[in-house]
Design a protein around this ligand. Sequence first.
Ligand code: ZN
Length: 150
Amino acid sequence: MSGYKFHVIAYLLAACVLTYALNEYRMIALSPGSLILSLLLGGIYSLLPDIDMPSSVMRRMVERGALALVLFLIIAYVFFTVMLLIYAAIAVTFLLLILWYLKHRGFFHTLLAGLLLSAPLALFDYSYALYAFLGYSAHLFVDGKIFSLF
Ligand SMILES: [Zn+2]
């Protein structure tokens, strides 16, 4: 439906509401550092669902990053001869392959994907996971997929 800018704007509006509510009702104590990181993570997660669309900003960034990582891992293997580096390069290459066969607005445009991708961030800080899920949900809302559970 819309470009990445609209997704970011929708997320920022939602983040204003969430931050206000958290601060007003003191649900989670947010330090300035964790708030800044949470807001940035939420911004990234507001673009993450479109990883299944070849022309999206997120897809291009992930593809370039993954390609650079594979090259780095292969070169690092030549210098350090640690087999784990080659296994990691193969794993990242397979992830790239899977990425190229994703259906647009498939699994990545569901609340379950948002939950699965956001929840691990709670291991570091609850607010990271909260803002990441907010960003993901804001994207689904804008795309009209907010009620897609699976
Ligand atoms: Zn989308």
